[in-house]
Write a protein that binds this ligand. Structure first.
Ligand SMILES: C[S@@+](CC[C@H](N)C(=O)[O-])C[C@H]1O[C@@H](n2cnc3c(N)ncnc32)[C@H](O)[C@@H]1O
Length: 366
């Protein structure tokens, strides 16, 4: 099967230097067992790495963007070669900017030639901080540095992350946060126009019908009031540009015990540069038990989505689990072999409209 997205997007830059898809939801849904084979859309690699904490037999991380894979390969080498604190510094999760290039030089000769070539041409990204170097992170940074200061002081933004009860969060939101300028500027910034201009390829909106700014406004209430911002690492990065390492409010894969486990299982990761469609069309190995599919179905027509589902079902084991997100396009499997397990609207990566979890039941095949 030919991939629709391959001919549409610009895949010559890092679009995501971090993974913006709630890891705990993905892990809980996939229910990975030792011995399972997992297929995972790589993007920044963080969630594909996180799957290793469940000790599967293999995680195949796949992406058609070679720049995303150069990033993942650097993460893999750094995981093998560096201590936790060094890793955090190299990827720009702390402020020790002066040590980053030195740490890169330490592991440079362990990289394969293609990855080394990529990073030798992009040393400035390492210097500036890889964690903030993707196109989407750049969009978040614009909001944090240029827009947010026009709305709220740094002090008030920090107060948003104070631990408080749900009732107190609702009061803070209503009385301090949700001002006219917040409503106005956030609506303007989180609009389809601005995201297209700064954060995402235009063609990725081909099938989108929903208004992004309205969706984000309502999802933000969920993230700031129903959920506790103090526990949300994604929100920390978007609004403060840092994680709270002291209180362990960091993405799942950067929690020290998970990092250790990923390091121990790192040789079970296989990296493939390909589209999911083309990779599966030629896949003849052991049936796949878990699929972590990001929100790739948004970029496909309904017709291609159905064909892709048929392909997935043909390579999956009976009982295989799937996890994927919808942001602006409704995509949910409606073919026989897919059984819906759950749909969740609330998650820490609040900008998605829903998270879908499904199971393959081969007994339902038509
Ligand atoms: C789907 S995007 C995630 C997007 C992010 N959640 C958002 O909407 O802004 C994640 C990764 O999927 C890759 N990708 C998209 N469609 C793909 C496909 N059909 N096969 C393989 N990788 C794909 C992209 O290159 C990207 O690195």
């Amino acid at each position: 099967m030919k991939s629709e997205v391959q001919s549409k997007g610009n895949f010559s830059l890092i679009k995501y230097s971090q993974c913006w898809e709630d890891t705990n939801l993905v892990l809980n849904t996939l229910d990975i067992k030792p011995g399972d084979i997992c297929l995972s859309i790589a993007a920044a690699g963080d969630n594909s790495l996180s799957l290793l904490t469940r000790s599967p037999k293999k995680v195949i991380a796949i992406d058609l963007n070679p720049c995303q894979l150069a990033l993942l390969r650097l993460k893999v080498t750094a995981l093998k070669e560096l201590e936790y604190d060094q890793f955090v510094t190299l990827f720009g999760y702390d402020q020790k900017k002066e040590s980053r290039i030195g740490l890169y030089s330490k592991i440079e000769n362990k990289l394969d030639a293609q990855t080394r070539e990529f990073w030798s041409q992009n040393l400035s990204l390492i210097n500036k901080g890889i964690a903030d170097c993707g196109q989407l992170e750049h969009y978040f940074r614009l909001f944090r540095k240029r827009v947010l200061p026009l709305i709220h002081s740094r002090g008030l933004t920090r107060k948003l992350f104070t631990r408080r009860s749900k009732q107190k969060r609702a009061d803070f939101f209503a009385n301090r946060w949700n001002t006219t300028s917040w409503k106005l500027f956030s609506k303007m910034f989180f609009s389809r126009y601005t995201l297209k201009k700064f954060g995402r390829d235009q063609s990725f909106f081909d099938y989108a019908k929903t208004s992004l700014s309205n969706q984000i406004a309502s999802r933000l209430v969920d993230a700031l009031v129903n959920q506790n911002p103090a526990n949300n690492p994604y929100l920390h990065w978007i609004l403060l540009g840092r994680y709270d390492f002291e209180n362990n409010v960091v993405p799942f894969w950067l929690e020290p015990q998970n990092f250790k486990c990923i390091k121990a299982n790192i040789d079970r990761l296989e990296i493939e540069q390909n589209s999911l469609e083309s990779y599966l069309s030629n896949y003849n190995d052991q049936a796949i038990d878990c699929f972590n599919l990001s929100d790739i179905f948004e970029y496909m027509s309904e017709e291609n989505f159905s064909t892709c589902l048929e392909l997935i079902a043909s390579k999956a084991s009976d009982g295989a689990r799937l996890a994927y997100f919808n942001m602006l396009v409704d995509r949910m499997a409606r073919i026989n072999q897919f059984e819906e397990c759950s749909t969740k609207n609330s998650n820490q990566t609040f900008f998605y409209s829903r998270f879908i979890s499904e199971r393959i039941n081969k007994g339902n095949a038509a």
